[in-house]
Design a protein around this ligand. Structure first.
Ligand code: NAD
Length: 317
C-alpha cells in the first residue's frame, strides 16, 4: 500500500495522473492514500483515498501536512508557467525553485522501510533555450532562455543531489508540449496546440499563430502520464547519475496534425484552420529540430507512436 503526494494536482497533467493512480495504483502496489496539493480545489474529490490540501508548496506548514503520513512517492507537478514566471521573477523563483528545494529537504529522514521516497519532477524542454542545434539529443547542453527553464534545470540538479544524499529516489522528466489541455489555456502562449484538437472536433474555426510547416514536439497527456508513472516505479539501478531524461516526442508539423484531425473528424474541417504566423510564437513553439532520445527509450519511456494515437490519447480525458 502506498501514500502518494501529487503537487499541482488540479492542473492539466495532475488531474490525468490522479485519475490513473486511483484506478491503477502505482506499479504493483495499490494507492491507499493520494494526497492532492494545489492552491485551491473546486470540490472535494469523489474518492475517499484522495484528501486535498489547499495551499502553496512555498509554505512549509502546507508541505508538512502533505508529508504527515510517511510518503512512498511524490509527483512534483506544481509550477508557475514560463510567461507568468517571466512577469513575476520573485513568484517564479519561490515556486519553481525554492519550493522544489523545500519539498526535497522536507523529505530528509523520510525513508521508511529500506527505501527513500520516489520523487518524480516535471521538468521541461524549455531547459534547452532558443538556440537549438540542428539535432537535439541527450548530450545537448541546456541553455535556458527564460527564468522558468533556468529554475527547472536547477530543480533537476537538486533532485539528483537529494538522491545522492539518500533523501529521495528521484527522477526528472523533461516534458514537451502536452496535448490536449481543455479550456482556453488561461493565457498560455502554447494554448493553440491544444485548442486545435478541441476546435476541429467541435467543428469550430481556429486561427493558428504559426505557419502550416511549423514543427513542434508533441506528446498526449496519456503518454505523458505513462512516462511519469514509469519514472516512479522503474528499478532505480537503471537510472542515470543525472536522474534526468528527455521524454520522447513525436515531431510533427501543424499541417500533419491538422490533416490527421481532418481524417478523423471529416475532410471539410481542414477549411476551419487559418494561419496567422507570429514570429515570436513560431520561434518558441514551432521551430523544433529532430530530437533523439535512445537512452530514454531504452528505459521504456515512450511517445505516442504515431499521430493517430496522439489524437486518440490527447482527447481521451
Ligand atoms: N503541459 C505542458 O505542456 C508542459 C510542458 C513542459 C513542462 N510542463 C510541466 O509539467 C507540470 C504540469 O504541467 P501542467 O500543464 O499540468 O501545468 P498546470 O499549470 O495546468 O498545473 C500546475 C498546477 O500547479 C498549481 N500551482 C501553482 N502554484 C502552486 C503553489 N504555489 N502551490 C501549489 N500548487 C501550485 C496550479 O494551481 C496548477 O493547478 C508543470 O510543472 C509544468 O512546468 C508542462
Amino acid at each position: 500500500m502506498s501514500h502518494v503526494v501529487v503537487t499541482g494536482a488540479q492542473g492539466f497533467v495532475g488531474r490525468a495522473l490522479v485519475k490513473r493512480l486511483l484506478a491503477e495504483g502505482l506499479g504493483a502496489r495499490a494507492v491507499s492514500k493520494l494526497t492532492l496539493l494545489d492552491i485551491a480545489f473546486d470540490t472535494p474529490h469523489a474518492d475517499a483515498r484522495a484528501p486535498q490540501i489547499a495551499g502553496s508548496i512555498a509554505d512549509a506548514s502546507v508541505r508538512a501536512q502533505a508529508y504527515a503520513t510517511p510518503v512512498d512517492a511524490v509527483f512534483h507537478l506544481a509550477s508557475i508557467p514560463g510567461g507568468a514566471a517571466e512577469r513575476d521573477y520573485a513568484l517564479g523563483r519561490a515556486i519553481n525553485l525554492d519550493a522544489t528545494l523545500g519539498l526535497l529537504e522536507d523529505l530528509r529522514g523520510a525513508a521508511h522501510g529500506a527505501r527513500a521516497p520516489r520523487f518524480v519532477f516535471a521538468s521541461t524542454v524549455a531547459v534547452y533555450g532558443e538556440q537549438l542545434p540542428a539535432v537535439v539529443d541527450e548530450n545537448t547542453l541546456p541553455a535556458p532562455a527564460l527564468s522558468y527553464g533556468a529554475h527547472k534545470l536547477m530543480g533537476e540538479t537538486l533532485v539528483a543531489d537529494a538522491t545522492r544524499l539518500g533523501w529521495v529516489q528521484g527522477c526528472s522528466l523533461r516534458l514537451p508540449g502536452v496535448v490536449a489541455r481543455p479550456g482556453d489555456g488561461a493565457g498560455l502562449v502554447s494554448a493553440f496546440m491544444s485548442q486545435l484538437f478541441w476546435k476541429l472536433a467541435a467543428n469550430e474555426p481556429i486561427t493558428l499563430p504559426v505557419s502550416p510547416t511549423g514543427v513542434a514536439w508533441w506528446i498526449s497527456v496519456g503518454a505523458c502520464v505513462d512516462n511519469l508513472l514509469l519514472a516512479a516505479t522503474i528499478d532505480v539501478e537503471r537510472l542515470n547519475a543525472r536522474r534526468s531524461y528527455q521524454m520522447p516526442v513525436l515531431r510533427l508539423t501543424m499541417e500533419d496534425v491538422v490533416n490527421a484531425l481532418a481524417a478523423r473528424f471529416g475532410e471539410a474541417r481542414k477549411a476551419l484552420v487559418s494561419y496567422a504566423p507570429d514570429p515570436f510564437v513560431e520561434r518558441l513553439f514551432a521551430a523544433y529540430p529532430p530530437l533523439r532520445t535512445p537512452e530514454a527509450e531504452r528505459l521504456g519511456l515512450r511517445h505516442d507512436g504515431d499521430v493517430e494515437q496522439l489524437i486518440t490519447r490527447a482527447m481521451a480525458q
